[in-house]
Write a protein that binds this ligand. Structure first.
Ligand SMILES: NC(=O)c1ccc[n+]([C@@H]2O[C@H](COP(=O)([O-])OP(=O)(O)OC[C@H]3O[C@@H](n4cnc5c(N)ncnc54)[C@H](O)[C@@H]3O)[C@@H](O)[C@H]2O)c1
Length: 381
């Protein structure tokens, strides 16, 4: 019988994945610090579902502690590694903490596996991120998909001039986004993204040399019930939902046409289960997304609609340095290798999310504070 260790399993994605694994008769051990930035200062409610799900054992501890990791690896057959610090903007000034938790935590896990601390582990599934691609894939012309370019980051000068679309370095003409494939170039633009790419290398190299199966899931913008409403550094839909409930305007950066690939958390949990259960390990990188690019201004409007609220949306023309312009994943490999097709439409996912949010305590609006921090550090224009 499988016993799966889910690191960071008390978080957003874990709270969907862990019950799903347990439902399938898999024993689950969760190792999580219950970080206050995610769980608030009183993580009692988080512990409730963990304590009440049959087949689930909870260990409060850190992947950055050798003693905690060693103890939680006992008898484990597969590891799903979710534990991480996840704030892209915050990672740019909390570099030491992001490297310690994300890189050193993963290094310690792989060190223990390579050195026989858990000989029963046969597979490691890593939660990576689309951020490793940087701007992702573009072309000169949508019809000529064979000429793929991964453009450099947009400069502060270009953004100040309102030149939002990445341009061809030779001709200066705007490029067209195409779905990014797993073998497109990686070019992390934040410390967070760099730590995710390092996690990928640590997992791939160690697993290949130690004869352990692996799968690296590059998640796009995951949203849904259970995402942290307290963390001001991640989750555009959480931040917007608090503002909608407080009757505040939704400020949209750039011209609002920047796009993201929003994938519902239940589809993401399904992909992790498939990666754990697949008869033969995927041993590769797999994009997990919806395959659809949605402009941010459109998602803001759709969210207002899901809350049955007035469309209080304003495109500000402001920008954040390091933000990408577009994001959409090619999800062919998700279908081919894991047999997964996203099942939750954006309108259905937003409806489920809004219904859940409406039952939660109303958090403080923290957008102003997070933006002030970025402005103080000259990362906003
Ligand atoms: N949510 C997204 O949109 C998204 C997108 C791309 C990638 N990911 C990746 O998916 C994973 C899970 O993301 P999430 O959205 O569930 O995040 P989350 O912040 O809700 O959950 C992370 C969990 O990890 C725990 N944690 C943090 N540091 C830890 C440590 N040192 N040891 C043990 N536990 C620790 C936290 O307490 C939290 O419960 C992360 O690796 C993240 O990088 C998420």
């Amino acid at each position: 019988m499988q016993t799966v260790l889910v690191t960071g399993g008390a978080g957003f994605i874990g709270s969907h994945l862990v019950p799903l694994l347990a439902e399938r008769g898999i024993s689950v051990r969760v190792l999580d610090t219950l970080a206050p930035q995610i769980h608030g200062m009183l993580p009692g409610r988080t512990l409730d579902w963990l304590a009440n799900t049959p087949g689930v054992e909870f260990v409060r501890g850190s992947v950055a502690s050798e003693a905690d990791l060693k103890a939680s690896l006992d008898g484990i057959t597969a590891v799903v590694h979710l534990a991480a610090e996840t704030g892209t903007g915050q990672s740019m000034y909390e570099i030491d903490r992001y490297c310690r938790e994300n890189v050193q935590g993963t290094a310690l896990l792989m060190h223990l596996l390579a050195n026989g601390a858990a000989p029963s582990v046969q597979r490691v599934v890593l939660a990576s991120s689309r951020s490793v691609y940087g701007e992702g894939a573009y072309t000169y012309d949508e019809a000529a998909d064979s000429i793929r370019i991964t453009p450099s980051f947009r400069t502060a000068e270009a953004l100040r001039a309102g030149q939002w679309e990445p341009v061809c370095p030779k001709t200066g003409t705007a490029l067209k986004v195409v779905p990014t494939r797993e073998d497109d170039r990686t070019a992390p633009a934040s410390i967070y993204a760099a730590t995710k790419l390092m996690q990928e290398d640590l997992v791939r190299i160690t697993c290949e040399s130690a004869g352990i199966g692996h799968a690296i899931l590059r998640l796009q913008n995951v949203y849904g019930e259970g995402q942290s409403l307290n963390n001001p550094y991640t989750g555009i839909l959480s931040i917007f939902s608090t503002r909608i409930r407080r009757g505040l305007e939704l400020p949209i950066f750039e011209d609002g046409m920047e796009s993201r690939d929003f994938v519902h958390v239940s589809d993401v949990a399904g992909a992790f289960v498939a990666a754990v259960e697949a008869e033969t390990s995927a041993n590769c990188v797999i994009n997990v997304g919806s395959g659809v690019a949605t402009p941010v201004v459109e998602i803001a409007r759709a969210l207002c609609k899901a809350f049955d609220a007035h469309e209080n949306v304003r495109v500000t023309g402001q920008f954040r340095l390091g933000d990408i312009r577009h994001n959409v994943a090619d999800i062919s490999r998700l279908r081919e290798r894991l047999g997964q097709v996203p099942a939750v439409s954006l309108s259905e996912g937003l409806r489920r999310f809004a219904t859940w949010v409406s039952k939660q305590p109303l958090p403080e609006d923290q957008l102003g504070r997070a933006n002030e921090e970025l402005a103080r550090r000259k990362m906003m224009g």
